[in-house]
Design a protein around this ligand. Sequence first.
Ligand code: SAH
Ligand code: SF4
Ligand code: F3S
Length: 441
Amino acid sequence: MHEKFYLEAYGCQMNVYDAKVIINLMERSGFQEILDPGDADILIFYTCNIRENAAKKVFSRLGMLKTSKTKVVAIGGCVAQAEKDSIFKMSKDVNVVFGPHVYHLLSSYIQRVLNGETKQVIDIDYIKDDKFCGKLDRERVTYSEFVTIQEGCDNFCSYCVVPYTRGREYSRPVKDIIADVKYLVSNGTRAITLIGQNVNSYMGEAPYINIDVPNTPWKLERLIRAIAEIDGIRRIRYTTSHPKDISVALMKAHAEIPLLVPFTHIPIQSGSDRILRLMNRGHTSSEYLDKLKMFCDICPTMQFSSDFIVGFPTETFRDFEDTLRVVDEMQYTISYAFKYSRRKNTPADVMPNQIPDLEKEKRLKLLQDTLMKYQILRNESLLHKTQEVLFEKVGKKDGQYIGKNVYMQSVVVESTTNIIGEFRDVLIESAGTNCVFGRVL
Ligand code: SAH
Ligand code: SF4
Ligand code: F3S
């Protein structure tokens, strides 16, 4: 026994979280994680399907990592959910195909292959809540943890595969989430990030019947208020949000709850109303900007990050300039820009006037330069100020530590003691493009 497995994961925070739980559950079932794929009996790929060539990339990794020792290959996550049993046709090396809703069953599927009961297993069912059954083992809990509160998406943006891979929106019960957070905090967690594809459409069952308003579901702000009352928590974040679901109540929560960081990720994707309509985003660019302005009026310390897609079908250079204008207006702290990528079975894939890759490339570069300009300005605005930093890892040089302030900006300091997992006040002394440098006070 004690077969060794090597796991590689790609994609969003949901996948980072899922992968951590998968490793824990596999080890609990008697398998041992190793970091060298060359020695592994089992190769597990936990995949993301958001942009093109996702499946190809996994198979090329598999080709690189597979050795004569490999006994089982498992492909899971969003590519598995999208490609289903055609994965077996793409590669005869694959034994287990498992979707993002059944990873708690993975070890049993792998065991069946090892026992010789079967050569191929596929499970891409949508089971709602079962996979959340296993809490992380105590010794795996760290100072900063993700907690899934919601999964799936009902928005069907015309370019996106997520509604097809993660399924319809589902909110976990309030009492389960609170129990998870309490467990993590009692084992040392100080920073909690509530995650989901659309956390601000969270609708949890009320944990008790309120006499005035029977059966009122809990929205995100109510959940955050309850979590903020748990002793020991120092920081709360949530990600990611859809602009149409950002409520005034949530804005007020940011202003009133000191533990809730004054920072959030609200993707706009494009600044052109015509493109936003084709994307099926459900709002105009001025509705988005007005909402974020209101957010800043209610909570003046608020800053934002966003995602952008350039080169969506039919996007003209004028449309693209509308996107640049939004960036100039919002001056995002951090942002992510992507070239539009055609995804099969999505409406945008069959739209006419697809944009040539060279043009997408050009727009991406222009957008990234503009985003970088503001990222640097935001970094420079920290000069000579004190920031509360949660330290996460060591830096490149000896004695260097890197952490994040409330705005997710990276802060680099020198320290003679290990400060990973600790909050420290840091005086910022210089600013770079991707980080700032400071001195622990
Ligand atoms: N629910 C999240 C999105 C998760 S996907 C949200 O709406 O914020 C993360 C980002 O990937 C999206 O915001 C979008 O910018 C990008 N993306 C999604 N599908 C894409 C595609 N087909 N091509 C390029 N970028 C895409
Ligand atoms: Fe995809 Fe849109 Fe849902 Fe985000 S909101 S996951 S971009 S469909
Ligand atoms: Fe990718 Fe699936 Fe997340 S497609 S972005 S891993 S929900």
